[in-house]
Design a protein around this ligand. Sequence first.
Ligand code: VGL
Ligand code: ZN
Length: 279
Amino acid sequence: MFVSVRFYWIFILSTIPAVLSENVAFIIIDVQNCFLPGGSLAVTNGEEVIPIINTLRSKYENKFRLVVLSQDWHCSNHISFASQHNETSAYNSITLTYDDNGNICDPCQTVAYNVSQMLWPDHCVINSTSAEFDDTLTRKDSDVIIRKGFNCDVDSYSAFFDNGKFSQTGLHKILQDADISTVFVTGLALDYCVYYTSSDAKRLGYTTYLVKDGSRGVANSTSVDALTDMASNGINIIQSDGVGAILESITSAAVSSCSFVLTIPLVIPMLASWIISGI
Ligand code: VGL
Ligand code: ZN
């Protein structure tokens, strides 16, 4: 009896950290050499996101249950590279056609999906230096790395799905398995991969915060459009100095639900043991 009561208390107390720790993931999109100064698809001022992301990590590391880094990871003849299309140059858009299995076709017997594709300079080729994360970006062994865009025939702006929504990267399952309900998204580029990832996160049901100063866009007009669209879809656009207060409010909500949840297993046995022992 003594042993089982002791195990009971150990079990109850061991659940406290799990109930108290926030269900929050910090998602860092594509902070890779190819998108930084000197890279083939350098985002203007892209390097400015690095100290902001590193500061958020160092200040709130213990508040993020998961830190996720996505990595654009393309075959050398990727369909999104202008070099693979004779008549069209980079930064022009084309339409790609896919059959009902999600295989690219041209010509197609029947077109099942049309996917608009912006053509890019060659970038982030698998295993190249260009695809590596920036050296100064803080990283840990526990970071979750999500590679995307390695199917040569379809692009993948979002860290959740490819652009045709033919396949998942596995990120949603990883977040679900870790019981994540809130995500903070940062990185490059605001008007493409950050925008698509945040939009999918919100659609998948996560409370989504886009940390605006922790992100930079390829172009101003597409960045403005992306921000407007995200805001209208319920994504919270915030600055990095607002992250602390949001995490605090998530913690206090967790503390009150923890106290409530623990009332039954803690108070009832306590009262019972008082009654039994005649107090
Ligand atoms: C990206 C264009 C092409 C991005 C990736 O990370 O935003 N943009 N590939
Ligand atoms: Zn890419």
